[in-house]
Design a protein around this ligand. Structure first.
Ligand SMILES: Cc1cc2nc3c(=O)[nH]c(=O)nc-3n(C[C@H](O)[C@H](O)[C@H](O)COP(=O)(O)OP(=O)(O)OC[C@H]3O[C@@H](n4cnc5c(N)ncnc54)[C@H](O)[C@@H]3O)c2cc1C
Length: 396
């Protein structure tokens, strides 16, 4: 038996003991899991038990070094762990931007002291992070950002505004891009700064989305303080760090939609049988049959591409420019699947609330509305296509 087979066997045995029965089958694809943070609340005892067990093994961050509390697994072992967790359809034990964005960036650019301060708190779900990149006049043209940080002894004084900051009202710390000087070019003079949000001079204001939920905010800094040791990389040269983090973000978005695919096709077919019929055998609508089959093929192709990219990436290494391919294709695929779900539900998809509609139809309507933002968040599809054209295909 190879080392990897032994690892799979041991992992399966460990999961059979430690994955609470009540959560098996509960994975629903997207950010369903414990978010952690100073004010984090568990939804159930099972969720807490699952989280505690995984943290103890360092498996909330399976490939991160054990010296920071991570699992120390190789990329291959981590994929075995992931497939065994997926086999039980367990939700992730911990989710959030600490694990998928700032953590990997700290591993690459942080000093040992910064890693020791922040990584264990991410792995153990103690601190919840948000991303302070976009500003009212700086989205795609991110480098034009104007939030200012002025050095004052061993700290910075930060003034300005961020926008579209996902879950800022629940976050403890923000990783922010700030301008520390007017440089020769707009990319020059930006610093990547970590700011503790537990101060009166940092305030958040939720923005409501079309889907009815309010997962993102405006964030205001009114002479907020950040310790100078919280600069990641070099002062004024944060753009390189910012871009590296975006590659992690885009890969995360692609991976998220890959997770959503697991079970998504099955859910579409079940929904089509209910709304269109017949209950068994072929669906009555031939056009819809074709489109559902096309969706299944597109999803299979996406999963194979994802697997190829993962196999090529070194364990824990930074994804390359192909992260833009995952981002653009994963999000557009999700939107097409959501559109298909709306077509299947027909007039039932027009509900917002009330007894006349099935709860899962209402949820699909809201998911469809939420999916409109997928091709904007993390960098729009147009911007990703520009990156693919220039950096992947080498077009002029
Ligand atoms: C749900 C959601 C969550 C988000 N969460 C966060 C977060 O946590 N933190 C954060 O910092 N930001 C977040 N954002 C913001 C997001 O990163 C920006 O909305 C995005 O980068 C686009 O910027 P913008 O909205 O200013 O649009 P603009 O940049 O003004 O773009 C407007 C339109 O012009 C097009 N365009 C712009 N430049 C080009 C170009 N060079 N070539 C071709 N077309 C172009 C765009 O594709 C778009 O269609 C979130 C956004 C959404 C929708």
């Amino acid at each position: 038996m190879s080392g990897l087979d032994t690892f799979r066997k041991e992992t399966r045995a460990w999961l059979s003991q430690n994955a609470p029965e009540g959560l098996r089958g509960a994975a629903d694809g997207l950010f369903n899991g414990y978010w952690g943070g100073r004010h984090g609340e568990f939804e159930s005892d099972d969720q807490r038990r699952w989280f505690d067990a995984m943290v103890q093994r360092g498996w909330t961050a399976p490939t991160w070094p054990t010296e920071y509390g991570g699992g120390g697994l190789s990329g291959e072992q981590a994929r075995v762990l992931e497939s065994e967790i997926r086999r039980l359809k367990m939700p992730p034990a911990l989710v959030g931007f600490g694990l998928v964005m700032i953590g990997p960036t700290l591993l690459e650019f942080g000093t040992d002291a910064q890693k020791r301060e922040h990584l264990p708190a991410i792995i153990a779900g103690q601190i919840r992070w948000c991303q302070g990149y976009s500003e009212p006049n700086s989205g795609s043209d991110l480098a034009s950002l104007q939030t200012q940080a002025v050095r004052d002894g061993d700290r910075y004084v930060v003034t300005g505004q961020k926008i579209w900051t996902s879950y800022a009202e629940k976050a403890d710390w923000i990783f922010a891009l700030v301008r520390t000087r007017q440089g020769a070019t707009k990319h020059d003079g930006i610093t990547f700064l970590l700011i503790d949000m537990a101060q009166d001079s940092v305030t958040t204001k939720p923005i409501k989305l079309i889907s009815g939920s309010s997962p993102f905010c405006e964030v205001f800094f009114d002479q907020a303080h950040a310790d100078a040791r919280q600069v990641i990389g070099q002062e004024h040269q944060g753009w390189a760090v910012a871009k590296a983090l975006l590659q992690h973000e885009r890969t995360m978005v692609g991976e998220l939609f890959a997770r959503a695919i697991t079970g998504g096709q099955e859910a579409l077919v079940t929904k089509a049988r209910r709304h269109i019929g017949p209950e068994t055998g072929r669906l009555a609508d031939a056009g819809l049959r074709d489109d559902i089959a096309q969706n299944a093929m597109d999803e299979a192709a996406f999963m194979l591409t994802l697997k190829r990219i993962r196999d090529n990436a070194k364990a824990g290494g930074r994804p390359g420019m192909e992260s833009s391919i995952l981002k653009v294709y994963g999000t557009e695929l999700n939107q097409r699947r959501q559109d298909l779900a709306m077509r299947i539900a027909g007039p039932e998809a027009l509900g917002w609330e009330g007894d006349g509609f099935a709860a899962d139809d209402l949820q699909w309507t809201r998911d469809w509305l939420r999916s409109r933002g997928n091709t904007i968040e993390g960098g729009t599809s147009e911007v990703q296509l520009n990156i693919i054209a220039k950096r992947v295909l080498g077009l002029p």
